[in-house]
Design a protein around this ligand. Structure first.
Ligand code: SAH
Length: 232
């Protein structure tokens, strides 16, 4: 069973974009996942194919219309569609690796990409959209955020990553940032590879990596330690 992504956007040309290359692109070709980019404008009802209007209450910018978006969503995701419906939004729940993993284990995802000031609140409520943010900054549209989310999900689909183990040891998977990496040459501009890594002693190597991961996390992301009781 393949993971099915439907993306609602005013810029379908942005898809698959970067996801048509490398691991995600090969998996798309192989049918491990599918991607449908739907033009929201096709669901407008007037001659000018209008999708937005001025904000009720006044103010700058434009707001995407609930009626047009509802038609687009009902086309992409009719009642009974088991896939979660997401709205990319800076007001949403911050995306985490745990959420990415949950999505990757499911049947797929329906993603609405906002533009302008955002979308009519009534649409969010009426179609049960789950708002997801990719960070505390403002993009000009939800499309790059959708690409980020899908990239993170697709690489976890079975068979996409060559070496499945590397996924399990990565940053966030155990509540820690990952340890540093080294490869040849043995010495670079006077800096040798840490001796322990070339010792061949796997127990010492594992201990060193764990200690480095804890040190890095304590220095850079103490907030991660607070939510992970295993690490002190
Ligand atoms: N006026 C809004 C921002 C609109 S940005 C506000 O202040 O909250 C336009 C669109 O870009 C949004 O509707 C959303 O779909 C997308 N977007 C912007 N920043 C984002 C982020 N950090 N995460 C996810 N989507 C984002």
């Amino acid at each position: 069973m393949s993971f099915a992504a439907s993306v609602l956007t005013l810029y379908p040309e942005m898809f698959p974009g970067a996801l048509g290359l490398s691991l995600a692109g090969r998996a798309l070709e192989a049918g491990t996942w599918s991607l449908e980019a739907i033009q929201i404008r096709d669901f407008a009802t007037d001659r000018h194919r209008t999708v937005d209007d001025t904000p009720a209450g006044g103010g700058a910018g434009m707001v995407m219309r609930a009626d047009v978006l509802a038609k687009a969503i009902d086309h992409a995701s009719p009642p009974g569609d088991p896939r979660p419906r997401l709205l990319m939004s800076p007001r949403g729940r911050p995306l985490t690796q745990a959420h990415v993993r949950d999505l990757a284990a499911g049947p797929g995802v329906v993603i609405l990409c906002g533009r302008f000031e955002g979308v009519d609140q009534r649409l969010i409520e009426a179609r049960g959209l789950e708002e997801v943010s990719i960070g505390d900054f403002i993009l000009s549209g939800g499309e790059p955020a959708a690409l980020v989310l899908l990239d993170a999900v697709v690489r976890l689909l079975p068979g996409v990553m060559g070496n499945a183990v590397s996924g399990e040891e990565e940053s966030f998977e155990n509540g820690l940032l990952e340890h540093p990496h080294y490869t040849r040459p043995q010495e670079f501009e006077g800096r040798p590879i840490p001796e322990v890594l070339t010792s061949g002693n796997h127990k010492r190597i594992a201990e060193w990596r764990r200690a480095e991961a804890e040190k890095l996390t304590r220095e850079r992301r103490p907030d991660l330690l607070a939510t992970h009781p295993l690490v002190k």
